[in-house]
Design a protein around this ligand. Structure first.
Ligand code: ACO
Length: 207
């Protein structure tokens, strides 16, 4: 079977490649729609060209782009793709956890029992997700984020570095929680919420 195509050649792709290699996978190269990146190397792997190469039959690929909207757009553009997930061997993921296609769990992360993780979700470095949480498709929890039990993050929610969510809270779809903020009450969709406790600052979608 051919190696994995890594989509996106930015900083997030470096950590995705490191995670794939640590998990024993083979990387073929990277794809990026920015021509200036073609022919360059990322961690010793070549940027092979544009995303058109995803149309080759039997390709296996992973979306290595931190922006939640971009991952949604690309996954919808290639509905037949066999998206690969990546789980770092130095993470702890309980056997009862359901993990969707194309999702990544980076080094040092812990995901506790009966949590459900959707498609193209990022559980970033050293984040923790406690029991019975639900992370819907395209969610990203940044490094060092901590979710208590039974937290629900709706589609596309982004939680910034070092943020936290108290037991049972719900963060609305495409909401942004600022770095270091603590969610203690439900947040509405499409808000930007910051502070301790996190309060919606304005109605604004993610970039
Ligand atoms: C491996 C990786 O790198 S993964 C990526 C991790 N990235 C992150 O964690 C980024 C998180 N981003 C943030 O926290 C950002 O500050 C955001 C998204 C919440 C807001 O960004 P912007 O809309 O550009 O806000 P801006 O910088 O203009 O600040 C607006 C106000 O909110 C305040 N504010 C912004 N972020 C925060 C925060 N995290 N906590 C408290 N207050 C904040 C600012 O101090 C400012 O207040 P003022 O108007 O009284 O001066």
């Amino acid at each position: 079977m051919s190696g994995i195509l890594v989509v996106g050649a930015g900083g997030h792709a470096k950590v995705v490649i490191a995670t794939l290699l640590a998990a024993g996978e083979t990387v073929e190269g990277l794809l990026d729609d920015q021509p200036s990146r073609w022919g360059s190397m990322v961690l010793g792997y070549p940027v092979l060209g544009s995303l058109e190469q995803l149309e080759k039959p039997d390709s296996r690929a992973i979306l290595a782009i931190g922006n939640n909207r971009v991952r949604q757009t690309l996954s919808e553009r290639y509905p037949e793709m066999a998206w690969v997930s990546a789980v770092h061997p130095n993470s702890v993921v309980h056997s009862s956890v359901r993990l969707g296609a194309g999702s990544v769990i980076f080094a040092g992360a812990v995901v506790q029992p009966d949590t459900t993780i959707g498609n193209h979700v990022i559980v970033n470095t050293a984040a923790t997700v406690d029991h019975d949480c639900v992370l819907e498709d395209y969610v990203h929890i940044a490094p060092g984020t901590h979710l208590a039990g039974q937290v629900r993050l709706e589609q596309g929610a982004f939680l910034g570095i070092g943020s936290a969510a108290a037991p049972g809270v719900r963060v609305g779809a495409w909401a942004t929680v600022g770095a270091g903020s603590v969610v203690i009450r439900d947040l509405p969709p499409h808000c930007v919420a910051v502070g301790v406790p996190a309060r919606p600052r304005q109605a604004k979608d993610q970039p």
